[in-house]
Design a protein around this ligand. Sequence first.
Ligand code: NAD
Length: 424
Amino acid sequence: MVESGKSSSASINPFEVALTQLDEAAKLIKLDSGLHKVLASPKRVLIVSIPVKMDNGRIEVFTGFRSQHNDARGPYKGGIRYHPQVSIDEVKALSMWMTWKCAVADIPYGGGKGGIICNPKQMSEGELERMTRRYAYGIADIIGPRTDIPAPDVYTGGKEMAWIMDTYSALKGNFVQPEIITGKPIALGGSLGRNEATGRGLSITVREAAKKLKINLKQATVAVQGFGNAGQFASQLVQDQGAKVVAASDSKGGVFNKAGMDVIALRKHKEKTGSVTGFSGAKAISNEEVLETDCTLLIPAALENQITAKNAGKVKAKIVAEAANGPTTPDGDDVLYKNKIMVIPDILANGGGVTVSYFEWLQNLRREYWSESEVNERLDKNITKAFLDVYDTHEKYGVNMRKASTVLAVNRVVEAVQMRGLWP
Ligand code: NAD
């Protein structure tokens, strides 16, 4: 468990995982070794020291990062994470995955990611605001509406995005610049549909995968690890297609009910009590058991390195749709593939979030407001195409969906890098 800091999986270095995935794709497409080197490291990683006056009057110094992996296809794009286990390698890996994700979704962005090593659950609202503003000040010179557009990630949301937008706007000309960041509250130029977008995108990829595998979603059962923003909407929108959610968990534990649990009632329970645990009619299970639930669809929606060579053999689902970034290690992936489980990889399955972030940015640049149905229709069109592009690549190269999505992305990015050339 990343949150408790007790799991051995926390020792798996996500950047090494990302490099292994790149190596595999490079081999398949016979990528030139020089271009491979260009893609293997971020263009820039900024480390900032963030002094914050805490409520007790003392100064605490936090460390923050912003990694800018590649901008050949457009400005860097990616979230900002607040978590005690944020590290430079995690941020670098996540920024590389963002480059691939934007390329798979075929939106004109590169990849970036940021984070602060902190425990936001133990900080007051005032401390969080001061830390967020000081971090925004620290990275202000390398972000911008046409250069690098941040967004929310684990334990950040609309509130933090509003503070960053306000700080950036005040620093850079003192006029409102909503297009500097996405995932904002609606009142500040956020997009309708953004909250649900990651889950909605995932449910669209599941719909398309079920068609390919001839699975009837009305008879499907679902287990979701990590009942947060992405996990809740993903399971609700899969439930809307007729599937039954039988298991769910969060950092405090898991619940199981063979007869199915109503996702909306489960969300209300979590809002009231702070956890899915104790949901009426369900029995308590561990986070490990959630992953091993006998079900049709497994949605890992928490943090990295949850499905590894150790437990992948116990996964019984027919489809694993990754809402989280990097929840499966490469050796875990091999086991799932051998067991004929279709993995809809993170950079495809959770691409709905960044796709609607792109729609938000477009609305902000044009000072427009789109209706929710317009956002959802465009999202459906984009994600369906992304799924079919990856599926075609999987058939063309005879590789699993993860390798196919990385191959598709690397090909698209390499094309842009080569066309732009090296200068100076
Ligand atoms: P969130 O903070 O809303 O939810 C995370 C959930 O995971 C929480 O309910 C938390 O209790 C739970 N959790 C933490 N550790 C756990 C553990 N060890 N076992 C089980 N549950 C645990 O965050 P989110 O925005 O839903 O993000 C979740 C994942 O999805 C992250 O990997 C994130 O990068 C990815 N993602 C999110 C979005 C988005 O738009 N929200 C987009 C793309 C990818």
